[in-house]
Write a protein that binds this ligand. Structure first.
Ligand SMILES: C[S@@+](CC[C@H](N)C(=O)[O-])C[C@H]1O[C@@H](n2cnc3c(N)ncnc32)[C@H](O)[C@@H]1O
Length: 275
């Protein structure tokens, strides 16, 4: 089988880290996500995935499981709703969680989308891949056509922008999609300081830049924080699906090394209408 080559920008290349994490999980005896599509894509891509090591691989799987929990709940409440992945990478959430009725958008930069379309074509008419930047707004009309309600999910993306850019993304979304839900992860100083020691970041050039120690402080930007979770405090219905080593191991780790676990948070916000 000829493998697919990858030509990705510096930040775009980081999508291969969670992809590999999910592929390893799919091969595990007791998977968390069981993302067999990720395992298939890793087999097809010509890339030295073995250079990625360390806890961030498993961490990216737990992170996706927590975001999945919010998407599942959204679809229970709004089965015809619209889920928008901002910086989708080679994420397979629409494949994992589709309910046969929802609308899905997977947005990412053109080089990532080019790779995505080679490996993971749109599943059907309710799924749309958009080549665009989350920093622009020219794609808003495509999303608004569905009429909502909307859940925006941005997993391991905003961390690569500076504070002003993240704020501008949030403000633009709030102005155009007031009352929509927005979920994204935040990293505090303790995590940012450790990047150069993190084995996965030793293998790539990209570095995260946006530090946020307290997601509650983002309420000043026109957000209302509904939930903020760490790997030690997933939704109970999500925790129930995790193997014991995560379900019990993460709270133990949080007691032993609180800054390490508490610095990285997955958050669910409501966007507020402009005042
Ligand atoms: C660490 S990866 C995360 C990918 C995916 N969310 C996941 O969890 O598997 C970061 C992603 O952000 C995307 N990205 C970076 N800058 C972007 C931008 N300005 N607009 C849209 N996507 C962007 C990259 O192409 C990449 O897919």
């Amino acid at each position: 089988m000829t493998k697919e080559n990858v030509r990705l920008g510096t930040v775009q290349e980081t999508l291969l880290i969670p992809l590999y994490g999910r592929a390893l999980d799919a091969r595990a005896r007791r998977p968390v996500l069981g993302d067999t599509e990720a395992a298939r894509m890793v087999e097809r891509i010509d890339y030295d995935f073995a250079k990625f090591r360390g806890p961030s691989l498993g961490g990216s799987v737990l992170r996706s499981a927590i975001f999945d929990g919010w998407v599942r709940r959204f679809l229970t409440e709004h089965p015809d709703g619209t889920v928008v992945e901002l910086g989708a990478g080679l994420g397979t959430r629409s494949h994992r969680l589709d309910n046969g009725r929802a609308r899905w958008f997977d947005l990412d930069l053109p080089d990532t989308v080019e790779l995505r379309q080679r490996l993971l074509p749109d599943a059907g008419p309710r799924t749309t891949t958009l080549a665009a930047s989350v920093l622009d707004t020219d794609w808003f009309d495509r999303i608004a056509e569905t009429g909502g309600p909307y859940l925006f999910v941005s997993e391991a993306v905003l961390l690569y922008f500076d504070d002003a850019r993240v704020r501008s993304v949030v403000r633009s979304l709030a102005d155009r999609f007031p009352r929509a839900a927005l979920s994204f992860d935040t990293a505090g100083a303790a995590m940012m300081r450790n990047q150069d020691r993190n084995p996965v970041f030793k293998a790539v050039d990209a570095r995260m830049t946006w530090t946020c120690d307290d997601p509650k402080s983002l309420e000043d930007w026109g957000l209302r924080l509904r939930e903020s979770r760490t790997f030690a405090t997933p939704q109970p219905e999500v925790a129930r699906t995790w193997p014991r080593r995560h379900r019990h191991g993460m709270p133990l780790l949080a007691r032993l090394l609180p800054p390490l676990v508490n610095a990285y948070r997955m958050n669910l916000f409501d966007l507020e209408a402009p005042r």
